[in-house]
Design a protein around this ligand. Structure first.
Ligand code: MD3
Ligand code: FE
Length: 214
């Protein structure tokens, strides 16, 4: 019996595109523990709605844990060691976060993934994330691991150009995706969250993205 699977829903491996591996249900057994850690770290570095360089306020609320955190303001996007809201270091990455991210990356052929940040996104009904690429990390040979918790979301994923056609997928609680190789710099985003009720999170979706920024 694997440490990272749940007897109720065996992990399904679905190749979304070259370099993009969806592990359905991979985090089911850890979901409640991961959410407790999110609640604890958000007491140190609270969720906030960041401003974009263009002056918009993001509908998704964000926080981070780890050696650095991803932030956005009028001057741009970047990773930084201090939380601009508290002036203090971000909370450390919980051991359960690191173990899950490393196990998922290893499943996808990245046995040496050492993320130094987990960006935590919180969606209320109506929140969305417009099309973007994750390019602020120093070395794009490292994958990104994403973990979905709570309400389901419709997520889209395209190519290396913003104008490339996209395919939509549903991400359910417990689903983990490893984005590496040719998928690493693909455009993607999340459609407006539909209202609903989830046993673990209520009317909320949480997404963790593990990155090696430095
Ligand atoms: C494809 N988060 O934080 S997870 C993000 O559900 C982000 O909150 C979304 O996009 C969310 O940057 C989507 C799926 C995802 C994450 C990283 C990717 C898809 C990706 C990196 C490269 C390509
Ligand atoms: Fe992204």
């Amino acid at each position: 019996m694997s440490l990272f699977s749940d007897a109720a829903r065996p992990v399904e491996r679905i190749q979304l595109a070259p370099g993009a591996l969806l592990l359905r249900g991979f985090a089911d057994a850890q979901a409640a523990e991961l959410l407790r850690e999110v609640e604890a770290l958000s007491k140190v570095s609270p969720f906030r709605h960041l401003e974009t360089p263009g002056g918009f306020t993001m509908s998704v609320a964000m926080t981070n844990c780890g050696a650095v955190g991803w932030v956005s303001d009028r001057s741009g996007y970047r990773y930084q060691a201090l939380d601009p809201l508290t002036g203090q270091a971000w909370p450390p990455m919980p051991a359960a976060f690191l173990a899950l991210a490393q196990a998922a990356a290893a499943e996808a052929g990245f046995p040496a993934f050492t993320p130094d940040v987990a960006l935590v996104n919180r969606y209320a009904p109506g929140a969305s994330l417009s099309s973007h690429r994750d390019g602020d990390e120093r070395n794009h040979e490292h994958p990104i691991v994403s973990v979905s918790l709570g309400l389901p979301a419709s997520f889209f994923f395209g190519g290396l150009e913003r104008s490339d056609p996209v395919t939509s997928y549903r991400l359910d609680s417990g689903d983990v995706v490893v984005w590496g190789g040719p998928a690493r710099l693909a455009y993607h985003g999340v459609r407006k969250l539909k209202d609903g009720e989830h046993t673990l999170t209520g009317r909320t979706r949480i997404n963790l993205t593990f990155r090696k920024a430095l």
